[in-house]
Design a protein around this ligand. Sequence first.
Ligand code: SF4
Length: 361
Amino acid sequence: MAVATPIQIRFERFDGALDIAPAKPPRVVTDQEKPALLARIRERLKAMDAVLVAHYYVHPDLQDLAMATGGTVSDSLEMARFGHDHPAKTVVVAGVRFMGETAKILNPEKRVLMPDLGAECSLDLACPADEFAKFCDAHPDRVVVVYANTSAAVKARADWMVTSSIAEKIVAHLHAEGKKVLFAPDKHLGAYIQKVTGADMLMWNAACVVHDEFKAVQLEELKLKHPDAKVLVHPESPANVIELADAVGSTTGIIEAAVRLGAKEYIVATDGGLLHQMRRRLPGVNFIEAPTAGKGATCQSCAHCPWMAMNGLHNLLDVLETGRNEIHVDPAVGTRAKVSIQRMLDFARAHLPALKGSGDA
Ligand code: SF4
């Protein structure tokens, strides 16, 4: 079995030394101004024939608003699907940029807006399309599989796009066909898939700044304090953290596992934003954020994505009032990117008919 060989290290965690604009938190919302802001956003959504689709990792205020106004809170693919199926002419994506791009690729006829176009993703940033194309060109014998957390241009170079909940099944399918895989950009997700499928995979070397921070030693200590808690881990986490999991899954998969396992207490290794939905769905259950490195490290070493946190009520209202921050994707790039996305959707339909939320970030 071939061993994954990283060809380069872009960065393994965001330490501020890179030439990347720092994530800017949105304007703070006071308790006094919140009711009027929410009311105005509701008015504008209606007046603009717009629907709000929010990712599980954004602030609870945005998640609740999306649900209350007929939008959705979900993973990245379900966000795009929802925007496609919904009759609204404008889709407002509260998430990060690749999610807005995917929504636009799948819904080119619609206007897609985002509260802040500077909301990036470390995986997307660590995989520039030109360098990735050279990597692919150097390995023409491999099927190119990319994670959803990539730019439209990277998706356009891929054979398949996958999300974390379907990646394992698609790579297993390719492996069964005797194909070798080039996987990008998340090295932890790639390593996990390689371990469970046994596929021959060559990996790009990047990581999510949030999930890369979960620490196995501290998690073991936390488990000792909560001996009955089940551990739920996103596969973007390091391998030694995944090894401690009772269930490994995408955001949707983690919620489903919490329901399935029926425990009274869970330690959850993914962005803390997901806990809002888990607490709504399972009231009375105790959810604990898995430990990170502590203050002073990447992302202030919290379990919260700094770019997801750029979405707020003020900048949401601003785009609804001005029409600013529209997502544009070069139509030629979008057409090519759609091929790799559509391949995954067709696979999901054929092999996993019951699959609803097959996407994730
Ligand atoms: S949580 Fe990680 S993978 Fe998700 S958007 Fe943020 S940096 Fe990207």
